[in-house]
Design a protein around this ligand. Structure first.
Ligand code: C5P
Length: 205
């Protein structure tokens, strides 16, 4: 069974994906981490995330980067969004995602283009959303909890900018597959959202 989970930043898709994978006992890949690793590697190389050549060179990143807690930072998330625009970078990362999705026994992947590009043949596709204002509030609360001082307005404008870049890029833009089931988590607690997601998957298999 292949489960594809897509959606914008801070929609809750990461938490939902992890819990779904545990519930249905399938291996899980957070594909955003791959793009984050490329973004971080560009930075370490002293390159420019907007340069296709620099971003492509960084797609040969050091695997140990995937365990680096710095990958979760806002700064690296923004770099990831910039490198992920380059088709050469997406092509370089595609094979490992396609292979992971199609391993015997199934898999669950979350990202932006899992249901549309990586696994259009997925058995279940979920598209997780929530209004930008609510997603920005979640990100802001997480940062405050980590002790980071940042204005809510900054996070809101960054969230909107990230959505626009991810949605409007030519190659593999963020969008719901035609056969995806939509789940808006705006008014739900994370526990409620996970229960809804489990019910949606169960109804499809
Ligand atoms: O999901 P996460 O916030 O970790 O992703 C960081 C960035 O990586 C996204 O904003 C998006 O631009 C890019 N990404 C992508 N395709 C994926 C996963 C992430 O383009 N499958």
């Amino acid at each position: 069974m292949i489960i594809a989970v897509d959606g914008p930043t801070a929609s809750g898709k990461g938490t939902i994906a992890r819990q779904l994978a545990a519930h249905f006992a399938v291996p899980y890949l957070d594909t955003g981490l791959l793009y984050r690793a490329v973004g971080r590697q560009v930075d370490l190389n002293g390159g420019d995330a907007d340069s296709a050549a620099d971003a492509l060179a960084a797609s040969d990143f050091d695997e140990s980067l995937l365990d680096d807690p710095a990958l979760r930072s806002e700064a690296v998330g923004s770099l990831a969004s910039r490198v992920s625009v380059h088709p050469q970078v997406r092509a370089a990362l595609n094979k490992r995602q396609v292979d992971f999705a199609h391993q015997p026994g199934g898999a669950l992947l979350d990202g932006r283009d899992i249901g549309t590009v990586i696994a259009p043949d997925a058995d279940v596709k979920l598209f997780i959303t929530a209004p930008a204002e609510i997603r920005a509030r979640r990100r802001h609360a997480e940062m405050v909890e980590r002790g980071e001082q940042v204005a809510f307005e900054t996070i809101l404008s960054d969230t909107i900018a990230r959505d626009e870049r991810d949605t409007n890029r030519a190659d593999a833009p963020l969008k719901a597959a035609q056969d995806a089931l939509l789940l808006d988590t705006g008014d739900l607690t994370i526990g409620e959202a996970v229960q809804r997601a489990i019910a949606l998957v169960n109804a499809q298999i």
